[in-house]
Design a protein around this ligand. Sequence first.
Ligand code: TZP
Ligand code: MG
Length: 220
Amino acid sequence: GGLGPRQLKSDLKKIEKLQFISSQSAEMSHLESIRLALEAGCRWIQLRVKNQEEAQILEIATAAKSLCDSYTAKLIINDFPNIARSVNAHGLHLGLNDMPISEARKIVGHNMIIGGTANTFEDILLRVNEGADYIGLGPFRFTGTKQNLSPILGLGGYDELMQRLVKTNIEIPIIAIGGILPDDIPGLLATGLHGVAMSSALIQSKEPKETVQKLDEILC
Ligand code: TZP
Ligand code: MG
């Protein structure tokens, strides 16, 4: 048997349903937060380092990649196409104020997942046209994890946007993000979303393993 090229590529670009977003606090470094998520069972990790020098982020990304490799988890790098390429990450995530996805594609190549942030229907359209592989749509509710939050969507916002996508025949995996708690997920999935991205709900969980198990059950 063996996988043909098409199968191999679609495997490489598989969009998982639970993405962990790294964060840093007085208690925990980025790498420690990633280790926590991996030990809890998360297999799709985004390294999201803000306000640090690119050289330092490259160093953290290199360590994050070997950590993720040892758990056979996929690593997505936020903001830096060159770092994503250097460490041979599975993916790159670009926000509303980053370079266009079409530009980043020239740096990271066609086999790398590129995700793009969106808050509106127009944001989604632009990123789909630029060749995004998935959309991070949010915020769902207020969160202290991200500065300069876009307007909060709430369940109603997702419902409206997902219906517009269906009407327009746009098919791309949409991942909800921003202040999401496990109990929010059934309602979010009912709008047609592909999955969710979470940070604080996992880091602050008293039983991260049980939490991820529960999330995997809801998301399967
Ligand atoms: N983008 C929109 S909200 C957010 C990002 C990166 C933070 C998500 O973290 P949390 O702690 O799950 O709200
Ligand atoms: Mg960014």
